[in-house]
Design a protein. Sequence first.
Lengths: 252, 312
Amino acid sequence: MSLAESAVVRLDGVSKQYGSGGNALLALDHVSLTVSKGEFVCLLGASGCGKSTLLSLVAGLDKISGGTLDIGGKHISLMFQEAALFPWLSVAGNVELALRLQGVGRAERKKRAEELLEIVRLGGFGGKRPHELSGGMRQRVALARALAQDADILLMDEPFGALDAMTRDILHDELERIWREQNLTVLFVTHNVREAVRLGDRVILLSSRPGRVIEDFTIDHPRPRRIDSTEVATQAAEITDRLRAEVARHAN
Amino acid sequence: MPTELPSTRAGLDGLSAGSVPATHEPKPVDIAAADRVSGLDALELGPRKEKGNLAGRIWNSAWPKLLAIAIVIAIWQAVVLAEWKPIYVLPGPGTVFSDLRDLITTADFWDGVRLTLIRAFTGFLLAVAIGTVIGAAVSRFAPLRAAIGSLITGLQTMPSIMWFPLAILLFQISESAIMFVVIIGAAPSVANGLISGIDYVPRTWLRVGQVLGMTGLAKYRHLILPASLPSFISGLKQGWAFSWRSLMAGELLVIVPGALSIGVRMQQARDLSEASLVICYIIVVLVIGILIDVLFNTADNALRKRWGLTGS
């Protein structure tokens, strides 16, 4: 399969500008990148690199100002830093809602939601209310809800940013396992270099204001990886240096 | 593409070596991961809270109220004993409570209560229907909001008794005049509750809705309406308070012939200088108000608990 055929999302010279005239803010400047089927791609950058903007564009929540964004009519799901579960629904109800909106029948919904909660290791928690769960568990419910959409690509916007280090570490293992078992394609935004190297097949480094692609690192350490392994630490240090140089550029 | 698990890791679990075919995931590694995850979940969830027994909880919430009532009655009795006013103008608690006991054992009294409550519920339900329609329309159409958004808030602050002269001119001395004032008093609160509920649906929920593919009616059915429920309920509660006040004012001012409501009976008691009976009706109105408030609070608390908005 050639790269062009297996591409799930392709951005070609995509720009995004907010406002117009003198107050215009260029958030993204000619960003080109391709995510292939089954790939785990991490978008990495300092503040103001427009990485969340990029996800919003891919998710169709916002419109591009220039270039081409080709998602070929594929289905997209998106996870945020907050789980954003609906408090009026039970845990299973939240997952079922995603299925219901796709027109899945009642009996099938119930069965499928149970399976999905089982995948994120929350079988038996379906009857709970979201507020009864911990932050890490809520984020896994959000993942189950995203999986319920059966999308071609899963976009993740710093999904573990609000969690403590221990929980995040364990959720990295979980996400890697689910990505492998469910053959997902993931575009993952983070500002944490080690997290990016820990998870990604590729780490795409973006510059800040405007966001441009500085470099596309291929990460080929064997999986499962550990965030504290020497390979991950070494490559993270290399990328961090590039990132620091980029941040320093804005000092003047 | 995902690479295979490194053999060093798989080698650690001797159990799987012979029994698991090479194509499958090495199970013991997964079990260890599962243990880590569920162990972390168990740690984060913490211990279950003890609720205490029912009688104890009822007593805990009841005794401050009972004490407050006892203090009020004691002060009342003290004022009567001090002979600040003649006893036929301000009777003591003993006289009033024995009159109240006689009053509430008559079927006639309950006819009056029924009439007043039917008016209250009819007026309130109509106000809810009208307020909901107006609130939904205002939050949906921007020009409408610009036109009447602030008018609704203005109406809310208007003392309802101001409407009676106009209501009487429009509808004469009739049920309609009372209903008109009850509705105009309560509907703005209901509308405002719904409007602010819709306005303050968190942005992330809206984004989730968009990502899940909610549009049009589905968005209202599955997101906007449930999300605005807490604010809508406080709107209902406030609307009820306004409609109950308007109704009491209306029953004192607009005396519809043949309709012996609570307000009319109270007015009659005043005409006959029966101070004890007037105080009885005040107590009856107060008790009805408190009981309805308890209903709203129960609904509100149940919702807060489901949503996890309570302090605990």
